[in-house]
Every structure is written in C-alpha cells, then in structure tokens.
Write a protein that binds this ligand. Structure first.
Ligand SMILES: [Zn+2]
Length: 240
C-alpha cells in the first residue's frame, strides 16, 4: 500500500520560520514561503508586494487609447489584435463548459456583452498606466495578474450569499476570480499583444508630450522690445 507523504511535520517546521518578505515579522503559513497575509496577496496579485488594480485609475489612458483606435481603424497591429481576440474569446466561450478557469472567466465576460474592442482598449490602457506606476506590479508574474484583472473586471463579479446572509437577508459578497484565471488570461494576452501594448503606450504619451509642448510654447516668456531696453537705460530705476 502506498505511503502518504508526511507533510504534517513539514508544515509545523515551516510555520516556525519567518515570512520571506523583507521586513515582515509574520510566521510562514502552511507550506508557503510567506505569512498568511503575503500568501493571500500572492494569490490575488501574483506577487507578495503586488497590488490589485483599480480600473478607475486609468480613465485618462482609456479615453486616449479609444481615441487613438478611432483615428486609426485600419492600423495593421490593431486589426491583427482584434482578429486574435475574436478567435481567443470564441474558443474560450465554446470550451468554457469543460475548460480551464480562464476560459470560464472570459466566457462570463463575453456573456455580459463586452466586445473584443473593449478588451483591447482596456488591456492597452491598463498596461500604459502600469508603465508609469511599475511598483504596482513588481514582477513579470504580477504584470500578468494585472492584465488578467483588467480584462475580468470588465464585467461585474458573480456574487454569493453567506449562509447567515441567506437567513437574515444580509449582503452578498463578490466572488474573486481564481488565481489561475488571472495568470493565464494575462499571460495569453501579454504573449501575443506585448509589441502592440508598448506601441500604444508610446503613441498616447507622445501625444501628451506634444500637447504639453504646445502649452509650454504658449507660456514661453517674450524678450523685451528694444524700445523698452532703451527706456530702461535712460531712466534707471533708483532705489528709494
Ligand atoms: Zn509576510
């Protein structure tokens, strides 16, 4: 008869160690290299120091990207990206019944009427915002989670009632996406769209830079006229 792996002792000895995050004074959780708080953060963001994105933060980028796409409907990169997303989302929807976590989540997003254009704008905008705030996703894995969140947050989360809330008519709570769904969704998009994400980020910030240059030009100081210089030399300002 095969012997079970005696992990009880390993857990006890691991839980005596400190969390691997610098400066954290918590004990490790089960077999994780991190404490309970940081293990939870890894599950949500892919990194013990990662952050969960808030799509309200990239409003400016969303508008800028949507405008850019409106002006360039035939951009070859955008056309290819939309074709890829169409295939990707269609397959996810077809395979969702027996599929992976990410396919179930993508199918759910599409059921809410989200379009592939919406996904592309959101991914480009979220990515561009992240380039200005790199500490929000401090590793490659966290960047994948970031893009996963950006897409899956396009549709409202499914909610669940706790047993108590069911009895008392209390509030429901949103169900978090599985970490595999976040990582896989982000990884697929990043693997295919990375050159376009960089291109769009540079394009919208080049526009912003040129707009700032226009304002700087309008505010540039004028040189005094020769008449004013002459007048100043004839009537030197005398101190009182
Ligand atoms: Zn910790």
């Amino acid at each position: 008869m095969p012997q079970g792996i005696p992990i009880g002792g390993s857990i006890t000895s691991n839980e005596r160690l400190w969390c691997s995050v610098d400066g954290c004074t918590g004990h490790r959780f089960k077999l994780q290299p991190y404490c309970c708080t940081h293990s939870e953060r890894v599950k949500r963001t892919g990194d013990p120091r990662g952050f969960t994105p808030d799509p309200r933060q990239w409003r400016w980028e969303r508008t800028a990207v949507a405008d850019l796409f409106k002006v360039n409907p035939q951009h070859p990169g955008m056309v290819r990206a939309l074709a890829y997303l169409t295939t990707w989302t269609t397959r996810a929807t077809q395979e969702a019944a027996h599929g992976n976590h990410w396919q179930l989540e993508v199918a759910r997003v599409m059921r809410h009427g989200v379009t592939v254009q919406d996904i592309l704008v959101e991914v480009c905008a979220g990515w561009s915002w992240l380039q200005r705030m790199p500490h929000k996703a401090p590793s490659d894995r966290a960047a994948k989670f970031w893009l996963g969140h950006a897409v899956l947050k396009l549709a409202p989360r499914p909610v669940r009632m706790s047993a108590r809330a069911n009895l008392t008519g209390g509030k429901s709570y949103p169900l978090r996406p599985h970490w595999r769904a976040l990582e896989d969704t982000g990884a697929h998009l990043l693997a295919v769209l990375a050159p376009l994400l960089v291109n769009v980020h540079q394009a919208i910030h080049a526009q912003e830079d040129s707009a700032q240059q226009v304002v700087a030009d309008l505010r540039a100081p004028f040189l005094p006229s020769t008449k004013a210089i002459k007048a100043a030399s004839i009537n030197p300002v005398t101190s009182a």
